[in-house]
Design a protein around this ligand. Structure first.
Ligand SMILES: C[S@@+](CC[C@H](N)C(=O)[O-])C[C@H]1O[C@@H](n2cnc3c(N)ncnc32)[C@H](O)[C@@H]1O
Length: 320
């Protein structure tokens, strides 16, 4: 049962609202509803406008039904993966959107609810699924993925320099018996690290848990289809705001938006343009917007947040 005490402080809230340039009669989309912190601020600014809010986690949808109850007639809640954004918009006959927000990663309630198995701070069965109907769990990743694949995700998604030693320790342990809980996994990781790494300020399992969570939820794979569908569905002048929390996400957001912002793709030695491609978006934030010191003090979770904003141009959307 969802504990309604679990809350989430919205990150870069003022900056997102300014970035979205909300019009009271516009159509807006929050692709990562969570505990509706940003959604609530969007919907408060609407008169005849509408908000479509998406989350793959059923608990987020349930909590939003309560939190946004007052604005029920303006809000459409959709349980879906944002990688299926084009389909969601199609199914609900939404032809153009005036602004979209994606606040990536996990919400505080997901981390704080011990039963979800996201956190090395609470003992629970290894799960880590944002969508509790999804087939892949952390248990499957930890107990069945080949050692090389474990090493790769720990290194690539967790930037864990001791990835080979941790992958080896996991495989050795599971030969005896399956690794069943978050505490068992955290202990295994701790045991695989050299003494110096155990003395670091952050928890020794932090990077590995992040890596496994990203793999379980295919968090990086969902970004390119979402960014393309978002750009395509935005009306000219519509804003796309994306908050990322680690360098891997930010790199994908930055690169994809740069590609969309590129006009002509003809080789540089062509005397005239033959491709006819025009920039699909204009980059508003050359450098990402970071939280103020004050925000980080009040909400340490905001520490690594980066907000990038792009604006849809008036040019026709041509697939390249
Ligand atoms: C950081 S939280 C959003 C918090 C929200 N902005 C607030 O202020 O309450 C991210 C949310 O996005 C959801 N999410 C992450 N990846 C998703 C995806 N690919 N599709 C749909 N929802 C996703 C998570 O389940 C989580 O609830």
């Amino acid at each position: 049962m969802e504990n309604r005490e679990f809350s989430h402080v919205p990150v870069l809230l003022r900056e997102c609202m300014e970035g979205l340039q909300i019009r009271p009669d516009g159509v807006y989309l929050d692709g990562t509803l969570g505990r509706a912190g940003h959604s609530l601020e969007i919907v408060r600014r609407l008169s005849t406008g509408r908000l479509i809010a998406i989350d793959r986690d059923g608990a987020a949808i349930e909590a939003a039904q309560v939190r946004l109850a007052e604005y029920r007639d303006k809000v459409l809640l959709v349980r879906s993966n944002f990688s299926d954004l084009a389909q969601v918009l199609d199914e609900h006959h939404i032809e153009g959107v005036d602004g979209m927000l994606f606040d990536l990663g996990v919400s505080s309630p997901q981390l704080d609810d011990a039963a979800r198995g996201f956190s090395y701070m609470h003992d629970a069965p290894l799960d880590m699924r944002m969508d509790r109907d999804a087939a892949l769990t952390a248990y499957t990743v930890v107990n069945t993925w080949p050692m090389e694949e474990l090493r790769r995700i720990l290194f690539d998604y967790g930037e864990e320099r001791y990835a080979p030693a941790i992958a080896r320790a996991i495989v050795r342990a599971r030969q005896e018996k399956p690794v069943e809980t978050t505490f068992e996994l955290a202990e295994l990781i701790r045991g695989a690290l050299p003494a110096a790494a155990k003395r670091e300020k952050q928890h020794p399992a932090k990077r590995s848990f992040q890596a496994i969570r990203i793999a379980v939820n295919d968090e990086l794979g969902a970004l390119p289809p979402m960014l393309h569908a978002a750009g395509k569905a935005l009306r000219p002048g519509g804003r796309l705001c994306v908050i990322s929390f680690h360098s891997l996400e930010d790199r994908i957001v930055k690169k994809t938006v740069q590609e969309l912002a590129k006009g002509c793709t003809c080789p540089p030695d062509f005397p005239v343009c033959v491709c006819g491609n025009k920039p699909k978006v204009r980059i508003i934030t050359k450098k990402p917007i970071l939280p103020s010191e004050e925000e980080v003090t009040q909400n340490p979770r905001a520490r690594s947040a980066k907000l990038r904003i792009a604006e849809r141009t008036e040019h026709e959307w041509k697939e390249v």
